[in-house]
Design a binder for this molecule. Structure first.
Ligand code: G3P
Ligand code: MG
Length: 254
């Protein structure tokens, strides 16, 4: 009991079933503002994205520790100031049409979520060794930046999510797992999570029911097969995070 766990699921869960992974999935350069156009066109009402800190503690979006895969920069993001990061091209690697797309700040993403009326799952993705400060600064900023609807914070990092809880306890939290560890319930209780986020390949009808019976919502990532998305929805999975905004829509998940 306590911490909102082991209680009946609240009926006023505010988030939609479908969540666009890294904002635009595979249809736009990941973790950029360009993905919002895809969400608008395909009727997506929620985005997931990865937030971390520059060397001078600006919060911005990037999945990897290093810049090389998704920008024209090189090396660890944590060793670059925001001024250096802001000049990088974060779109051309994906397609020449997206040349000059920039790494967005958390503030820019919040403004776009508000103007497009899109809900947010902020995945706190700390650079190595920066878990506590990233969790704390992202949570404090998110509390200020999102006004209409609270963003759902999540992280694979226990330390980051604990810092987020301490800095902004009113923001909902989801613990991210790959496979479910034996002590998943203890972890989500300690962090007072409202949801558990897991790799869909490790979810079964039985463990989805167990998690929801414990009073937690379930997010499954990254589900790119419509048949699997329909199956997870039937099991009661609350949020399906996908790259395939083009083939997984409301008609698939009900
Ligand atoms: O938050 C769900 C999913 O984004 C976690 O995996 O590696 O794509 O950030 P990753
Ligand atoms: Mg992510």
């Amino acid at each position: 009991m306590g911490n909102g766990i082991d209680q009946a699921l609240s009926a006023d869960w505010p988030y939609p079933r479908l969540v666009a992974h890294r904002i635009g999935g595979k249809l736009a350069p990941e973790n950029t503002l360009a993905g919002f156009e895809v969400c608008g066109r395909l009727g997506y009402g929620m985005v997931e994205f990865d937030a971390k800190l520059s060397a001078d503690d600006q919060i911005f979006l990037l999945h990897d520790d290093d810049l090389d895969r998704t920008t024209n920069g090189h090396g660890p993001a944590a060793q670059h100031t925001w001024q250096q990061l802001a000049s990088l091209d974060a779109g051309a690697w994906f397609d020449a049409r997206f040349r000059d797309e920039r790494l967005p700040t958390l503030a820019q993403v919040a403004a776009r979520c508000a103007s497009d009326a899109i809900a947010a799952n902020i995945e706190i993705k700390p650079c190595p060794g920066r878990d506590e400060i990233t969790g704390r600064l992202v949570a404090l900023a998110a509390k200020d930046l999102w006004r209409a609807q609270k963003p759902l914070l999540s992280s694979f990092s226990f330390e980051a999510l604990r810092a987020a809880r301490d800095a902004a306890p009113s923001l909902p939290r989801g613990m991210l797992f790959d496979a479910l560890p034996d002590d998943w319930l203890g972890t989500v209780r300690e962090l007072a999570c409202v949801s558990l986020h897991a790799d869909h390949q490790h979810l079964t009808q039985h463990n989805v029911r167990t998690i929801r019976d414990a009073g937690l919502r379930v997010l499954a990532y990254t589900v790119n097969d419509p048949v699997r998305a329909r199956e997870l929805a039937k099991w009661g999975v609350d949020m399906i995070c996908t790259d395939r905004l083009d083939i997984i829509g409301a008609d698939v998940v009900g």
